[in-house]
Design a binder for this molecule. Structure first.
Ligand code: P6P
Length: 334
């Protein structure tokens, strides 16, 4: 039973036995993500000081080259998971191809692969708007003892063993699931520990917030246009409130707490939408369903979509179950 104010470390140990692949490897993997999150958080929070402490292309006090924050975040998460010898492969939005990891020559004995968007919404950093890291974890499907192949990464979202995000906002939170509900941990920067602040997070079945970039309205499918007009109509509990941060993790996090729907549909500009299936939509959809929410491409459950390539995009509608149902109804009837 989770207790508020438990540390993330205590929570992982206490709940390890409930995870069906109890081997301690996944716990060590979550711990490595926790460590990388703290390192990245430190840099993200300094971003506003770039004119004082240097930026990409400069060198820092250790003489290291300063990097763009999304490249920095990518390097830190990959280094941390590699050094701890826990995963056999990593795919990242920042890497064209997946990375086979065989650190310390352990002959590819590790069982987990991780797919990651190391710093989603990074364009918001320059204007001091929150950004996030998104991760998705699978067990490999090819034989242990051999290098990973693309098949280990092109798995349906319903095969994920864990998923989560870090939101670098007014506070830094790590929110994740291993298939037994969603729990949120808030970082106390003074001592560098994450504390269980949001146990058993759940989407309200209904909500009054819709998140979509309405600047694309004229390019949307008719069903989406009709749903947006429905949200704006004076009737019953509507009009809803429009809230769009431009950072998926932040919009998702707010909607999960308050109730709401996030939409990034396909359009005449983005024929498959903008968001990536494997390291944005699948992990967020796993979290949504574990929190009593729903996620689809407007017609098909996100977690059932058969992946075909590493960086493929899909339309994404996610949030409070009854709101997603209504949006799908408009898509079907258009
Ligand atoms: P647009 C950030 O680039 C991102 O991937 C999501 O975090 C965000 O919701 C979306 O794209 C914003 O895209 O086209 O509305 O600026």
């Amino acid at each position: 039973m989770s207790r508020k104010n438990q540390t993330l470390g205590e929570f992982i140990i206490e709940n390890q036995s409930s995870f069906k692949y109890t081997s301690g490897e996944l716990s060590r993997l979550i711990n490595s993500i926790r460590l990388a999150a703290k390192v990245v958080n430190h840099e993200v929070n300094k971003a506003g000081l770039v004119d004082i402490i240097g930026t990409a292309g400069d060198t820092n006090i250790q003489g290291e080259d300063q990097q763009k924050l999304d490249v920095y975040a990518n390097d830190k998460f990959i280094q941390t998971m590699t050094k701890r010898n826990i995963v056999c492969g990593i795919a990242s939005e920042e890497e064209d191809d997946f990375i086979s990891i065989n650190s310390q020559d352990e002959n590819h004995q590790n069982k987990y692969v991780v797919l990651i968007d190391p710093l989603d919404g990074s364009s918001n950093i320059d204007v001091n708007v929150s950004v996030g890291t998104i991760f998705s974890i699978y067990r490999r499907v090819t034989p242990v003892g051999t290098p990973v192949t693309i098949d280990d990464f092109l798995q349906k979202g319903n095969q994920q063993v864990a998923a989560g995000y870090i939101v670098y906002g007014t506070s830094t939170m790590l929110v994740y699931t291993t298939g037994d509900g969603v729990n949120g941990f808030t970082l106390n920067p003074a001592i560098g520990s994450f504390y269980l602040s949001h146990p058993d997070m759940q989407f309200p079945e209904n909500g009054k917030i819709y998140s979509v970039n309405e600047g694309n309205y004229t390019h949307f499918p008719q069903g989406i246009k009709n749903y947006i007009k429905y949200c704006q109509m004076e009737e019953g509990d509507r009009p809803y409130t429009s809230r769009y941060i431009g950072s998926l993790v932040s919009d998702f996090h707010r909607n999960m707490i308050k109730g709401g729907i996030y939409l990034y549909p396909k359009s005449s500009v983005n024929s498959e939408g903008k968001l990536r299936l494997l390291y944005e939509c699948n992990p967020m959809a796993f979290l949504a369903e574990q929190a009593n929410g729903k996620a689809s491409d407007g017609f098909t459950r996100i977690l059932d979509i058969e992946p075909t390539e590493l960086h493929q995009r899909v339309p994404f509608i996610c949030g409070s179950k009854n709101m997603v149902d209504k949006a799908e109804e408009f898509m079907r009837n258009a």
